[in-house]
Design a protein around this ligand. Structure first.
Ligand SMILES: NC(=O)c1ccc[n+]([C@@H]2O[C@H](COP(=O)([O-])OP(=O)(O)OC[C@H]3O[C@@H](n4cnc5c(N)ncnc54)[C@H](O)[C@@H]3O)[C@@H](O)[C@H]2O)c1
Length: 411
């Protein structure tokens, strides 16, 4: 059987998934819905051009559920619509309009723990398989590096004790990401979901559950390093519109966490992660490290083997053809060839297609997505209180960060 896939959302992230589906067997992308019908139509056209399926735009999510050719939905819409998207899907199923096998949902699963629990309860009640789309743990450098280090290093000399991860770029491409009250936070909510899971994944023995490495203490730090400086706040407002006013309602553009984990052998391990929208470099930089008693690994996505050089005579126009969130077009420029594969989208989509076809057990579910959200909320709470917290802190499932309420002040 082939899996018919529909997309909810047709923006930047959906386009990455469409590229990735070129490397996925046994699936056809057949539908795209987003409130912007023209953009949904363009994404459907792209799917056809890439030969990943005879996709067409649909007028609603319900219409995709009603179509018996569509068996699974990939939720790639804005964070603030997660609950309404999952409600519409599960209501269409509950009212007998159609059936699905599974739902895969982009990071972050939701904006806070209450919302994450709500979407998880809805998919469980509907009897659906569920997958949490966290591409970075499927990134070949991360997954292969971890497999080799554990098999050769940890097996002979002991478990790893320190993992580090970072995701850094110069800031998101759309206004809603910058608005804490819409998005759910700033860079911590947007990107720490990746890096926090990467460190836990690296510290977990391949084949064991992620929950075998348990967070026990969390320290979070957030700051506005760049975008509340008056000249940059003005520039941001000009680029993103009047509703993004960091002189009035900022969100953090830097976040760091330190997590202490209890390991199954009774020991501890440390995860350190940093995320930033104030990074200046060629473009998006992903990095990861894992260290144990006699071994280590390190990955930096901008250390790419392909580099291009443009002299000062070449005045290129701004684009993202070399690397995601590209910052410049001249000089010595790294190129990440096949970003959708390098960042893990291809292996991720292949896995979840196989999981929804019943060929593999989903490796990341909405429960894992909820655990990530709970850790992020604890990091916000720690940052607000300026101290390390035992995990999980009391009341975290009802916590909403100040940044998400529009009441955070960086100073
Ligand atoms: N895995 C990753 O590395 C990664 C990268 C980028 C974005 N994302 C996630 O993917 C999601 C989409 O991000 P993006 O970069 O494509 O943003 P985007 O702004 O480029 O696109 C957002 C899409 O959501 C649609 N949308 C608007 N209102 C909606 C609604 N009510 N219901 C459903 N969809 C709606 C828009 O029409 C658009 O197609 C976000 O949750 C983001 O966090 C993940």
């Amino acid at each position: 059987m082939r899996l018919g896939v529909g997309f909810v959302g047709s923006g930047f992230n959906a386009r990455f998934h469409l590229q990735a589906f070129q490397g996925v067997r046994d699936a056809d992308v057949l539908g795209v819905w987003s409130p912007n019908l023209k953009q949904a139509g363009e994404a459907a056209t792209l799917a056809r051009q890439l030969d990943v399926g005879l996709a067409r735009p649909y007028r609603s999510i319900t219409e995709m559920v009603e179509d018996p050719a569509i068996h699974a939905l990939w939720i790639c819409g804005v964070n603030q619509a997660r609950v309404e998207n999952v409600e519409e899907i599960t209501q269409a199923i509950a009212s007998g309009k159609g059936e699905l096998k599974g739902i895969a949902c982009e990071k972050p699963l939701a904006r806070n723990v209450a919302e994450a629990k709500q979407v998880t309860a809805l998919v469980r009640k509907a009897g659906l398989l569920h997958g949490y789309l966290e591409n970075q743990v499927f990134a070949p450098p991360v997954s292969q590096g971890r497999d080799i280090l554990w098999a050769r290093g940890a097996a002979l000399t002991g478990r790893p004790y320190l993992a580090r991860a970072a995701e850094e770029h110069s800031g998101p491409h759309r206004p809603w990401f910058w608005q804490g009250r819409l998005q759910g936070g700033g860079v911590l909510n947007d990107m720490m979901c990746h890096s926090a899971l990467v460190v836990q994944f690296l510290l977990t023995e391949p084949g064991a559950l992620l929950s075998s490495v348990k967070p026990v203490r969390v320290t979070g730090h957030i700051a506005s390093l760049k975008w509340t400086r008056p000249q940059y706040a003005a520039r941001l407002k000009q680029r993103m519109g009047a509703e993004v006013d960091y002189s009035r309602e900022p969100a953090e553009d830097f976040a760091s966490i330190t997590v202490e984990y209890a390991t199954p052998d009774g020991g501890i391990a440390i995860g350190e992660a940093t995320t930033s929208w104030s990074f200046v470099g060629a473009g998006l930089r992903l990095s990861a490290e894992l260290l144990g008693p006699e071994y280590s690994m390190s990955w930096n996505s901008l250390d790419s083997s392909l580099k291009l050089f443009f002299s000062r005579e070449v005045r290129g126009s701004a684009a993202e053809d070399l690397v995601e969130k590209q910052n410049a077009e001249s000089g010595q420029m790294p190129v990440v060839a096949g970003e959708h594969a390098v960042y893990g989208y291809e292996a991720e989509d292949r896995h979840f297609v196989r999981a929804f076809l019943g060929l593999e057990r989903p490796r990341l579910t909405f429960d894992d997505g909820t655990d990530v959200v709970r850790l992020l909320m604890a990091a916000y709470q720690s940052a607000e209180q300026g101290r390390t917290l035992e995990f999980p802190p009391a009341g975290i499932d009802a916590f909403v960060p100040k940044v998400a309420k529009g009441t955070w002040s960086p100073r």
